[in-house]
Ligand binder design. Structure first.
Ligand code: FAD
Length: 397
């Protein structure tokens, strides 16, 4: 990406962030989905951040994409999750696994924000282990019919197109059924046979759409199969590499915001006859957040470079494995660091920190999810250990 395009893209992201902040503030306090964020993102043309210009997007390289998501992350994990769902795990799947025809058919409208996307892997009975999913498909003429429930899906109620994973229906032959592998489909949500429900009883993220949906004999044209039949696990895992990096970048944004908020408040607020910023134990909080910021940034930028190398050499298994490992490390570290940074910033704010009127408390509630979605802390630790010990030591199979 050339410098001018990069600067323009980041300026558009900045303009979006400034406009979305007051809306997000209000929606947060009213505990409702931010229904203006997409319009604002569309207005600033930032819904195709990582989609190449040839398909109508902004063509961000991985580093630029990380900078954009970091900036958006400062506005809150809710807003950033919209982008992770749409750009990082929705569109990326089509970009990396779609045929040329599928990319041309889908990406221009997703990049323009006319079609919002989501990624539906998790089910009530299948989270950390997607192989335990129960959603099925069967072929009928020139379409597949999908049946099952997806759960905890970001953008799940608002998406016009959801990447959905499903097994072929069981045939009754035990050996054949045991060997089944799941596939990925682009599900356009406008047909009969889909029931969606936004999940509102969440600990945080009130402004983000987290939904469940049920498909009943839901028709999907055969042209909407992504990759080959049975390739779903590889598709999901490769896509999650992009998703995890976006989560890590968002967490870095949270840490940056916590640092700014904590420093600003500590200089404003006086107790015991001086600014609280002059009390050494308050400075300890500031030092901790700064350390979290610096360490997270290093890990994330290293991971971004590794992902760029893997993107530039598709099919190079060693580069892909290195990117997987470094992205897992960055996501595990940054999500924990962001949660601690929010906790420290809350502490600096004292009683006000415990109010949703101030940003640290919101970050604290919202960023907690980053230790759960797109790979829990535990699964990422096992993944990192296997990356070091060797694939045969994978403890989460
Ligand atoms: C707000 C939100 C948004 C989300 N968005 C999406 C989305 O857009 N798309 C999507 O597909 N999913 C999404 N998810 C789902 C998320 O990815 C899953 O919740 C996550 O993968 C964990 O799965 P689970 O909830 O079923 O927990 P489980 O897998 O049941 O895990 C429960 C606990 O057991 C631990 N555990 C499980 N297996 C092992 C093991 N082998 N070794 C050690 N510990 C283990 C876990 O680490 C965890 O601590 C979202 C979740 C939330 C909360």
């Amino acid at each position: 990406m050339d410098t001018d395009s990069r600067d323009k893209l980041l300026a558009d992201v900045e303009a979006f962030c400034q406009e979305v902040r007051p809306v997000e503030d209000l929606c947060y306090l009213e505990h409702r989905f931010n229904d203006q964020a997409i319009d604002l993102a569309r207005k600033h043309d930032i819904l195709g951040l990582n989609v190449p210009a040839a398909y109508g997007g902004r063509g961000a390289d991985v580093r630029t994409y990380v900078h954009a998501l970091t900036r958006i992350g400062r506005e809150g994990t809710g807003v950033r999750t919209l982008f992770s769902g749409h750009c990082s795990i929705g569109q990326t799947t089509v970009l990396e696994w779609g045929t040329e025809e599928q990319r041309r058919r889908v990406l221009p409208r997703t990049a323009a924000g006319r079609t919002i996307t989501a990624f539906g892997l998790t089910e009530p009975e299948a989270g950390s282990n997607p192989r335990e999913m129960q959603m099925t498909y069967r072929r009928e003429g020139d379409r597949f019919l999908l049946n099952g429930v997806k759960y905890l899906i970001s953008n799940g109620s608002i998406a016009d197109l959801i990447v959905v994973f499903a097994y072929p229906e069981a045939t009754g032959d035990p050996a054949g059924d045991r060997a089944r592998r799941f596939s990925a489909f682009m599900v356009e949500t406008g047909a009969e046979g889909i029931e969606r429900e936004m999940m509102t009883a969440k600990v945080g993220l009130p402004t983000s759409d987290t939904s469940m949906f049920e498909l009943t004999d839901y028709p999907v044209p055969v042209d909407n199969l992504l990759g080959a039949e049975g390739q779903g696990l590889a598709i999901a895992m490769q896509t999650l590499r992009a998703g995890r990096l976006s989560v890590a970048a968002g967490c870095l944004g949270v840490i940056e915001d916590c640092l700014e908020e904590a420093c600003g408040y500590a200089k404003e607020r006086s107790q015991h006859g001086k600014q609280i910023a002059r009390h050494q134990l308050v400075q300890e909080h500031v030092a901790g957040i700064e350390l979290a910021r610096q360490a997270s940034e290093s890990l994330i930028h290293t991971a971004a470079d590794a992902k760029q190398a893997a993107n530039d050499h598709p099919g190079d298994a060693a580069l892909a494995a290195r990117a997987d490992l470094l992205v897992a490390e960055a996501k595990l570290f940054a999500s924990d660091a962001a949660f601690r940074a929010a906790d420290s910033a809350m502490q600096v704010f004292g009683g006000r920190g415990y109010s949703e009127l101030f940003r640290p408390g919101r970050h604290w509630k919202d960023v907690r999810v980053c230790r759960i979605y797109e790979g829990t802390d535990e699964i990422l630790k096992l993944k990192i250990a296997a990356g070091v010990l060797g694939k045969e030591y994978e403890a989460y199979r």
